[in-house]
Design a protein around this ligand. Sequence first.
Ligand code: FAD
Length: 463
Amino acid sequence: FSQFEPNAIVSDACASYETLDDLNAGLHPYVHAITTQTDFFSYYRLNLYNKKCPFWDDEAGLCGNIACAVNTVENEDDVPLVWRAQELGKLEGPKAHHPGRQEQRDRQAKKPLMGELGADVGESCIVEYDDECDERDYCIPEDERSSSKGDYVSLVDNPERFTGYGGPSAHQVWEAIYRENCFSRPGDELAEAPVSPGVSSPFGLGNVQQKQATHELRNVIKEHGVQQGVQQAMAKGVSQSLDDGLEFEDACVEKRIFYRVISGMHASISSHLCWDYLNQTTGEWGPNVDCYAQRLHYHPERISNLYFNYALLLRAAGKLRAHIQGYTYCSADPQQDLLTKGLVLSLAKAIPTGSEIFDESVMFQGPEAVGLKEDFRNRFRNVSRVMDCVGCDKCRLWGKLQTAGYGTALKILFEFDEKNPDSDPPLRRTELVALINTLDRVSTSLNSIREFRQMLEAREASS
Ligand code: FAD
C-alpha cells in the first residue's frame, strides 16, 4: 500500500485526497490558531468524573477500572513514575467549576469578572450560560447526564497524545462503540472498507488491479458469503475493494457513513498518539513511525475514513457561516472578542461554500427517512454515553470532546437549513467549541499523516 494516488476521490465525499490536502494547507493555520490562541475555544466544559459507565460495572467489571486499563509495557514498575500511564492520563492545569443558576445571574449582573482559571483569562470568554436541551441533538448534552454541570478544562494544557491507555479496557470501549451501534466490530475488516468500486484508495492498488480484485471479490461474496469474501480479500491484501462487500451486506448509505465517522475518529486518535508518542525507555516524546505504520499506513481504509471526516466537518463548519457573522465570543473583553471573531471569519471565508466537498442531501431520503434519522441519532447518542467508560482522564476528555464535535456536525448537517437559518435549533457554546476543536484534531491528523508517510518512505528507501 505504498503508492499514493492523490487524485482518487474520497468515497461518500465529493473531493479527492489532493483537494482536501490543499484545502487543509490553507485552513490549518486558522483553525489551529483559533483553538490554541483564543480563550473561548481553548476551554471546554464537561462532566469528566461524576458519571458512571452505563454499560458495565467500571468498579468491579471486566477490565473497566483504571488499574486494569492503564498498562502498555510489560511491567509499569520499571518505568519512572512520571511516564506511567496513570500519570500520563491525568489532567493538568487549573480547572473552573461551572457556576450554578444563582451564580450565573449574579455574574451576568456584575460583569466583567476575571476568572478562577487564571488572572489573564476573562470568564466572559468561557462561561456558558445554561440553556435548554433540544431533541434534535445527536449527543447527550453534558447537562442532562448528571446534576453537576461539570468543569471547565484547558485543552491547551492537556494535549491529545500518547497516554499509555490501552489493553482490554480500551478494547472493550472501542468494541462497545462499534458493537452497541450494530455496526461490525473492530477487527472485522469488512466494515472498515469505505472505498467505492472503481475508486482507488490513497495508498491503494491501481484502478485496473482494483477493478479486477473487486470483480473477483463480488463473485466470492455472491457464492460463499461476505465472511469468506473478507477472508480472501485479506489474504490477498485487497482491503480497499471490500466496500463492494459492504454494499452486498448493507446497502444503506446512512449506516456506512455512521461507521466511517467512528472509524475516522478512531484513526485520528491513533494518529495523535503516534505523533506525540513517549518512548518509555528514553523518556523522549516524538513521532513513532512504527506506530503509524501498524495502525494507519497498512489500513488505507482508516485513512480514507479520516479524510471523509475532514470533508464532513468542513461542510458542517461551512454551513455555520450565517450564524457566526454576528456572534459575540467574549462580551466583556473587546480585544479577545476581536481576535476570536477575526480568526473565525477568516476560517469561514476559506471553507468552500455549498456541497462541493460533501453532500449531505443524499442521506435520509425516501419513505424510511424519518425513522432512519431517529435511529441514527439514537445510535450516535449511545456512542457519547460509552465515552463515560473510558478509563483514562485525558483520553476521556478528548473522546468526549470529539464525540460532541461529530454530534454537532451531524446536527448542523441534518437539522440546519442554510436557506432558512432562523428555524435552526440553538447551538450551545460547548457544541461550537467541540466542533472547531474536532476540526482542528482532524486537520492536524492530515498533516501528521503526510509527514509520517514521508518518514516511512525515507526509511524504506534507505534500508
Ligand atoms: P486499538 O486502537 O485499541 O483498536 C482496537 C481494534 O480496533 C484494532 O485491533 C482494530 O481491529 C480496530 N481498529 C483500530 N483502528 C481502527 C479504525 N480507525 N477503524 C476501524 N477499526 C479500527 N490512547 C492514548 O495514548 N492517547 C489518547 O488520547 C487516547 N484516547 C482514547 C480515546 C478513546 C475514546 C479510547 C477508547 C481509547 C483511547 N486511547 C488513547 C487508547 C487507544 O485508542 C488504543 O486503544 C490503545 O493505544 C491500544 O491500541 P491497539 O493497537 O491495541 O488498538
